[in-house]
Write a protein of this length. Sequence first.
Length: 107
Amino acid sequence: MKSDDEKPVFLLKQAEEYLDDGGELEIRCLEDPKRVGQNHTGLWRVYVVKESEPEKVLVAYNSVKPRDLKTLNSVASIVYKLNLKNMRVPMYKGNCERWTKKDFRDA
């Protein structure tokens, strides 16, 4: 299995076209969150998964490194930018949640 640094990548603005093409977005918890002051810190990453293709990892604009979401606020920001109806976040390392086209507000 390839590390995230070796996987194909996608930008946030490409997410909808992957969903239109039958893919799903998956958010994975890579580190258990901890409460630090008023924030919850952890580590999450977003992927595009499609049965017949290698998965792709979300990267920041002008980068090829995976975009690490380190707080619940950063996860909420991605959910808002994607125009999703609900925020479902895995809260334990190894867990994931998937979003499909029907999870978008405009679907």
